[in-house]
Design a protein. Structure first.
Length: 144
């Protein structure tokens, strides 16, 4: 290899490594910390992910789930808490609605809207970015 070719290859490797590092940083920066919330008057104080999942897939009607429209937060919640992708969750709800065994959750476009809906209904359960939580709702689970 000529000296200039070696330098070009070396520079290309540096750029590839730097790009990979930056992509990893960007990916971790977009992953928001998610919390499950209920109305402050709701008696629940703590919940495990497995328990929360029951409400968001229609296996329990004790709480009324409030859902996000499709997007990164919903994707992450569905994967981490429900162990399913969004299409699987929607299919489960479609089956429940079709058989008359449940009503699909209302969907909201932002964490502010989800928080407002949960704050207005003592039986509601939802999830938002931890940074959006305030005293209008009660955090019962931090998603790991």
């Amino acid at each position: 290899m000529t000296r200039s070719l070696k330098q070009a290859v070396k520079q290309g490797l540096k750029l590839a490594v730097a790009s990979g590092v930056l992509a990893g940083v960007a990916a971790s920066a977009t992953a928001a910390e998610i919390v499950v919330i209920v109305n402050p008057k709701n008696p629940a104080t703590r919940m495990f992910s497995e328990q929360a999942a029951q409400f968001f897939v229609g296996k329990s009607a004790l709480f009324t789930p409030v859902e996000h429209t499709e997007g990164p937060l919903r994707n992450e919640f569905s994967q981490k808490v429900l162990g399913k992708d969004i299409s699987q969750v929607k299919a489960a709800w479609s089956k429940l609605v079709f058989t008359g065994k449940g009503n699909a959750p209302k969907e909201y476009a932002s964490s502010a809207e989800v928080k407002k809906a949960v704050a207005a209904d003592v039986n509601a359960i939802g999830y938002i970015e931890k940074s959006a939580a305030d005293d209008s709702v009660k955090v019962i689970l931090t998603v790991q």
